[in-house]
Design a protein around this ligand. Structure first.
Ligand SMILES: [Zn+2]
Length: 298
């Protein structure tokens, strides 16, 4: 019997659907002869998707032509990777869902976890964080696409605007640095570190500095290393403070007073009677004991 690690209990997923995928290739790219389907699946697993658990299997093919330089070579069913990443038991739709909810809807990992649980996806908060990082890695992997997309943005706006945000998705000391282009709203790169110094930030920005676009401006919060790195990397472009961050920083000065005011108001209001329900059920008033109920004229 297969022995399982204690900390990783096997999850019983009952697939509601089966997806069997063949290799896309019909002929051997080398000798052009028909490829032979191989009998065993080269991979199979059950993944959790937003539509429920799905059994996915991939069947490869091989070249059976003696003398061909690719004789015996396997051609895998690569479309299985469109369903789920290697070694992952979650569908790519779950990954995308997490990325969108986090970056676009600005929801916290724990909120996303709850939503996924409600939709029947068994996942803990830690794994939501892990999948979020995989999502960012996938985005970073499609750099060519990003550059192509930015061509359009640069053409319609006359340039691009770079911004860096340092997020704390896990709530601990680790920061997630996200570089994004403001006009298109597209995240371009992400990096997770304790804290990046200005030279480290500069090094990270080098590939994007090489992009052939005019940089109209750069944007970040007031964090010194971020400001310096952006100003050094794109020295011709004016640097701006993000409005949201700027307003937050302004509010910091009155934060304590505001808290105190809020606390006092809560205490004062707490002494008042509760707001009555609009329409109590007939013959049952939550406001007054029955015998003390006043007569209501018709
Ligand atoms: Zn061949």
């Amino acid at each position: 019997m297969e022995k399982l690690a204690r900390h990783r209990p096997k999850r019983e997923l009952v697939p509601t659907k089966r997806v069997l995928i063949d290799s896309d290739l019909g002929q051997c790219p080398s000798c052009q002869k028909e490829l032979k389907p191989r009998r065993p699946w080269h991979m199979h697993k059950t993944i959790q998707t937003l539509e429920g658990p799905i059994f996915v299997a991939g069947k490869s093919k091989e070249c059976g032509t003696p003398g061909c330089e690719n004789y015996g070579k396997h051609y895998y069913a690569s479309r299985v990777w469109l369903m789920s990443l290697p070694n992952s038991t979650y569908g790519l739709d779950v990954l995308t869902f997490i990325g969108w909810q986090h970056d676009h809807e600005h929801r916290q990992l724990v909120e996303i976890q709850r939503e996924l649980n409600q939709r029947g996806v068994a996942i803990n908060e830690r794994n939501v964080g892990k999948l979020y990082r995989q999502f960012l890695a996938l985005l970073a992997g499609s750099r060519t696409d990003i550059e192509e997309n930015l061509v359009e943005t640069a053409a319609s706006y006359g340039g691009v605007i770079w911004a860096i945000d340092a997020l704390q998705p896990e709530g601990d000391g680790t920061l997630l640095y996200v570089l994004y282009e403001v006009l298109s709203g597209k995240p371009v790169a992400a990096l997770q570190r304790e804290h990046l110094s200005e030279p480290e930030l500069l090094e990270w920005l080098q590939p994007y500095k090489a992009f052939p676009f005019k940089v109209l401006a750069t944007l970040s919060d007031g964090e010194a290393s971020l400001v310096l790195a952006l100003k050094t990397c794109w020295s011709e472009a004016p640097h701006q403070r993000c409005q949201a961050h700027f307003l937050n920083n302004l509010a910091e000065a009155v934060w304590e007073d505001d808290e105190l005011l809020r606390k006092n108001m809560r205490q004062d209001l707490g002494g008042l009677a509760a707001v009555p329900e609009n329409e109590p059920p007939e013959g049952d008033s939550p406001l007054l004991p029955e015998k003390a109920q006043p007569e209501i004229p018709n």
